[in-house]
Design a protein around this ligand. Structure first.
Ligand code: SAH
Length: 366
């Protein structure tokens, strides 16, 4: 039995079943055995890959997006340039390389990375050699000031709670232990006030998820941006509202049962963007815009063609495949969404659809 499995079974035997959020927190962030605590999970040899690891074009376009929004807001200086969960630092390194020629942007930027994983902090320091980095464990530690922030595949790694609809209330989905194994269970049917607005749109037996830590984070980002200026770009897989069980465990790029290998597989859940948008008020949220459309509008095809000119053979094929992977509706193009937060009254950010009623969570999904 793995060390974390043993720890979890002992904890459940001692104090009762865990919520999905408690389980995810231990699996991902346990100080000794947590998935992110112990490894660099990205890349071909790891468990999953992400847009910035697929192609340099992703970080380059995000960097130019940030610089454009910074120019649109009158080139404030100094600014906090922040990333949540920067992985291997690839996105930020590509973003900074692409914006070298933007007058004043690098001089204005103070680089702040929010990262819990010691292994990944080391990778980020290497990728961003030459930059003065301030690391934080929490967003709340960022200094005040205009904030230009990016978060790619960060919110999907935050622990969610799951609830199954009963007749009039909800059962929380829980993880118990039987004979040394982890098993799914349900808590008693109760009213959860935070789910009152989902009663009308769900039927008995359906599952809903709540990303509890994401809402205060979005609130903090929104307040900072509305009061000091700046912008946030949140990119993740998900939709305006989530419905159903979206918890996914990945190991070696293949789905696995989340209960069998705690701490050894990546665990994520779809991001619901509408609750984030609402929590970020008074900042203005764009609509969650499909990633493929966002990247096309920022000019990924022109950039792809420029890069292709110096490539040939297998590297050219890989480059074409990477472009497709980032943008095609059957790959990451539609499943992933980008959403921006900007101050009230600021020019609309490039590449994103303006918010419509569809972003409003009051709208019933499907
Ligand atoms: N943005 C990167 C990595 C995504 S993986 C990319 O696109 O490649 C998720 C990242 O978030 C990792 O860097 C992980 O260590 C970090 N992370 C996960 N949970 C976190 C938390 N609660 N606080 C800070 N960082 C976290």
């Amino acid at each position: 039995m793995s060390a974390l499995l043993e720890t979890l079974v002992a904890r459940i035997t001692r104090t009762g079943p865990l919520s999905v959020a408690e389980f995810m927190t231990d699996c991902l962030l346990h100080p000794e055995h947590g998935y992110y605590t112990t490894r660099d999970p990205l890349g071909a040899a790891g468990d999953f890959t992400t847009a910035p690891e697929i192609s340099q074009m992703f970080g380059e376009l995000v960097g130019l997006w940030l610089a454009q929004v910074w120019m649109d807001q009158g080139r404030p200086a100094p600014v906090v340039l922040a990333e949540l969960g920067p992985g291997r630092g690839t996105l930020m390194a590509d973003a900074l390389r692409a914006t070298r020629a933007v007058p004043g942007f690098h001089e204005a930027a103070r680089l702040h990375l929010v990262e819990v994983s010691p292994a990944l902090r080391t990778r980020q320091t290497q990728a961003l050699a030459g930059w003065d980095i301030t690391f934080h464990a929490h967003l709340a530690e960022l200094p005040e000031g205009p904030l230009f922030l990016v978060a790619n595949e960060f919110f999907d790694a935050l622990p969610i709670r799951q609830f199954r609809r009963g007749k009039t209330g909800w059962h929380e989905c829980q993880i118990g232990a039987v004979e040394g194994r982890l098993v799914w269970g349900l808590g008693p049917e109760t009213r959860f006030e935070m789910l009152d607005d989902r009663l009308a749109e769900t039927r008995a037996g359906q599952i809903v998820e709540v990303n509890t830590p994401a809402l205060p984070l979005a609130g903090d980002i929104g307040t900072r941006i509305a009061s000091h200026g700046g912008a946030a770009l949140i990119i993740d897989y998900g939709d305006a509202v989530s419905l159903g069980d979206t918890v996914q465990a990945l190991r070696g790029h293949a789905p696995v049962d989340p209960l069998t290998c705690p701490g050894a597989a990546d665990l994520t859940a779809h991001v619901a963007f509408a609750p984030l948008a609402r929590a970020a008020a008074p900042a203005i949220a764009s609509a969650p815009t499909p990633q493929g459309m966002f990247l096309e509008r920022l000019g990924i095809t022109t950039r792809a063609q420029a890069l292709a000119r110096s490539l040939g053979g297998a590297t050219l094929e890989a480059h074409v495949a990477a472009h497709r992977r980032l943008t095609h509706p059957e790959e990451m193009g539609t499943l992933f969404k980008a959403m921006a937060l900007t101050p009230p009254g600021a020019p609309p950010p490039p590449g994103l659809d303006p918010a419509t009623d569809a972003t409003d969570e009051d709208k019933t999904p499907r």
